[in-house]
Design a protein around this ligand. Structure first.
Ligand SMILES: C[S@@+](CC[C@H](N)C(=O)[O-])C[C@H]1O[C@@H](n2cnc3c(N)ncnc32)[C@H](O)[C@@H]1O
Length: 511
């Protein structure tokens, strides 16, 4: 075991805070130690945690190593029914698959890859059970790199605060309370065929008993991989899925310009990737051809010269602005007979009001949702923007801080906070947030552009020029930008990046 001293963990926590805004509390140092030990195990030429810190700080390899460390550090970030839209999509997909299994066809096969402490696979199992499937119809595999997370998932016992996202009828149907823990009932556990360690950066990918996977969940995992690793993993997912099978990624994990094998499709309001019915295997990873011998560098899929068959989905506020949206009766002044709204309906309603210029009503709607416990990144970011517009800077700041506490590694949350701070005249803090956004997504042209504006405000002409050039270069690399659907409503920030590249050119010419 290579030495890791407590002061190294303190330094590392400070480095994570500084470089990506990730706040690791003292009680998280044990997890930090496990993460560093895992990286030290893999790095034969790094003798101890002190040298590991030096590696993280090095100019050439520091960023890449930090991206490798992050998923290990963020292992705890998961929850039951995380992104409920995706579970609604699964609910919509399941009946056809369950009918196949009931009719004597192969069982429905679902892989939760990067399952962390098990909340995701048990949520999948609950969704299947509620869709009328029996354990004999469904085969769920749950895997993760981290053996401790796997052991936790297999144990299946959760504190009350961790089960609060499970709707009440599901909680009493599928869990037994024993003291201060909720235990997964044997009936639900039978849906899970196996819970075991697996490294996605390896040459061997598990397969279901027969055929390919019907559904793969791999959410909030590839976001931390570098481009070649992501492309290798996606190649393997593509080949492991049955034709027509679905891939669920995290909301900020766009495959645009990254991988061309999937179609993007909308199911029950969520965007999911799908292996086309007619597609064959795509380029086999070189390591797989060499034989199943431990972790290997995955095969590189060439970047497509043309935009791939994946449709980039942009947020579309103008249509929404004219969509009649049900509002709570208190906002309509009605008699109070309105049915309760789902969190998404509040958000849709607030976006429609926002687009109509009714900022106060939009704010009120979102505040109500938060009072009801509808904590969500898109809600926090939209509300932060509203507070900014309504000239409530303190509340705007609080809302950005709350958004970043939910998703400290969301590049866009850092970007919007940076834009807000710059508008509030705080160029120095804005530059810090924008740098964090750029660490997490170096292609974010908008962030480069606003960083240029910060540097100008700081009268640092050399760094302002550099930032504007970076904005133009980032836009050239990825002309369609990376704004995602449902990540907060910012109608004043153009999504395509063109406007920013042009603005950066003008700014450069004027400097
Ligand atoms: C942020 S959690 C996501 C958990 C869950 N999928 C969700 O979205 O709620 C990321 C998980 O990915 C796992 N992970 C990171 N790198 C991995 C790899 N190379 N292979 C398998 N799992 C990995 C981490 O251990 C961690 O549990």
């Amino acid at each position: 075991m290579k030495p890791i001293l407590p002061e190294h963990l303190l330094e590392l926590a400070a480095l994570l805070k500084d470089r990506v805004g990730l706040h690791v509390r003292r009680d998280g140092h044990a997890a930090l130690r496990i993460a560093v030990a895992a990286r030290l195990d893999e790095l034969a030429d790094v003798p101890d945690a002190g040298s590991y810190l030096a590696l993280l700080r090095s100019e050439d390899a520091g960023d890449e190593e930090l991206r490798r460390l992050l998923p290990l550090v963020t292992v705890g970030k998961t929850s039951f029914f995380r992104d409920e839209r995706q579970f609604r999509a699964l609910e919509a997909i399941l009946p056809g698959l369950v009918a196949r299994a009931r009719g004597g066809g192969r069982p429905v096969s679902i892989w939760s890859a990067g399952c962390a402490t098990g909340e995701e696979p048990y949520s999948i199992a609950m969704t299947a059970a509620e869709a009328g499937a029996g354990p004999e119809h469904v085969e769920i595999l749950a895997t993760d790199l981290n053996p401790e997370a796997i052991a936790f998932a297999a144990h299946g016992a959760y504190e009350p605060r961790r089960v609060r996202d499970i709707p009440e009828p599901f909680l009493s149907r599928h869990f037994d309370r024993d003291g201060d823990r909720y235990h997964v009932r044997p009936g639900l556990r039978r849906f899970i065929a196996a819970i075991r360690p697996h490294n996605l950066v390896s040459s061997i990918f598990p397969r279901p008993v027969s055929g390919g996977w019907d559904v793969i969940f791999c959410r909030n995992v590839i976001i931390y991989f570098d481009t070649p690793t992501t492309q290798g993993v996606l190649t393997q997912f593509h080949n492991a899925l049955a034709p027509g099978g679905y891939l669920f990624l995290g909301y900020s994990e766009s495959l645009f310009r990254l991988f061309e094998g999937f179609e993007l499709t909308e199911v029950a309001g969520a965007f999911v990737y799908r292996r086309p019915e007619t597609s064959g295997r795509v380029g086999a990873p070189a390591a797989a051809l060499a034989g199943p011998v431990g972790p290997a560098r995955p095969h590189l899929v060439p970047m497509p010269a043309q935009p791939p068959a994946v449709r980039h989905v942009a947020f579309a506020p103008p249509e929404r602005a004219h969509t009649p949206v049900p509002l709570p009766s208190s906002l309509r002044g009605g008699a109070g007979a309105e049915p309760p709204l789902a969190p998404q309906e509040y958000l849709d309603g607030a976006v429609a009001l926002f687009a109509d210029g009714r900022f106060g009503a939009a704010r009120e709607l979102l505040e109500r949702l938060l009072e009801k416990g509808g904590e969500d990144l898109a809600v926090r970011l939209t509300l932060a923007n509203l507070y900014g517009i309504l000239r409530q800077p303190d509340r705007a700041r609080e809302s950005y801080v709350a958004a970043l506490a939910l998703e400290p590694l969301c590049a866009e949350a850092h970007l919007f906070y940076g834009i807000h701070l710059l508008a509030a005249g705080n160029a120095e803090e804005a530059a810090l947030e924008l740098s964090r956004a750029l660490f997490l997504d170096p292609d974010l042209a908008l962030a480069h552009y606003y960083l240029g504006r910060c540097r100008e405000a700081e009268r640092d002409v050399v760094r302002a020029r550099l930032a504007y050039r970076n904005a133009i270069e980032a836009h050239r690399r990825r002309p369609d930008g990376k704004r995602q659907a449902f990540l907060g409503y910012y109608p004043d920030v153009p999504e395509d990046g063109d406007a920013f590249a042009r603005a950066a050119e003008y700014a450069l010419a004027a400097l």
